[in-house]
Design a protein around this ligand. Sequence first.
Ligand code: G3P
Ligand code: CA
Length: 269
Amino acid sequence: TGAVQAPTETDGPLVVAHRGASAYAPENTLAAIDKARDMGFRWVENDVQRTKDGELVIMHDDNLKRTTNVEEVFPDRAPWKVADFTAAEIAKLDAGSWFDAKYAGTRVPTLEQYMNRVEQNHQKLVLEVKKPELYPGIEQDTLRVLEKTGWLDRKHVKSKLVWQSFSEESMRKVHALRPDIKKGFLGTPSVAELPEYATFVDQINARHTTISHGYVAAIQAMRGPHGKPLEIFTWTVDEAADARRAAGYGVNGIISNKPDVVRSAVGNE
Ligand code: G3P
Ligand code: CA
């Protein structure tokens, strides 16, 4: 009687720290997921690209310029594409100073390092494979790292991992390879197209400005490939009013650079 119930993940939308807590620490680094952990967020999102020598690294852009000091370290290597650098070269770059001098020396993590840290932090992951059309076979490469780091065991696949992509083809491929992994399609297919998407993804992860109450209801009325209701994680929501609107539609998750703003707006972790 009178006991206050701790909020659970079923009380409202999950809050996912986009590229880590990327408003407060350099995006897609270990510092950004540690920051999310310290703020109390269990779910994080990241982006994956592939190096010249086939290593998977955590980076949003297919170009190293915006989030590292690559131009300084390798001045004659324009246009500085991730795919033109080896993992050893990328490991020399500073991925923190551009954000704040106090993050100087922060590195670009490999996917393997990243998965190990997510695990250590007891976090869960929305993993995005970026531009798979640039990197043939990146789905299998990603699966190999997930296997090696223990992320394909039953416990992880069941409740700790969502794999998402803007590429329908790539999502179909992952579904064929590993139907048990939860998958999200990034985009806003029409309601008429939803039944087809529901054959290979479990989530439709749409930009928040493209959704409505009716659209969210249409998604959740469908059953995904495993017979469970289709879900929606919406992005990228950094304003309290937008978070309240999305939560009012009943979305399953909200992906945010400012997860604390979303948490105080919708009252969930
Ligand atoms: O998680 C959704 C969101 O990350 C998709 O857009 O460009 O930030 O990767 P982007
Ligand atoms: Ca992303």
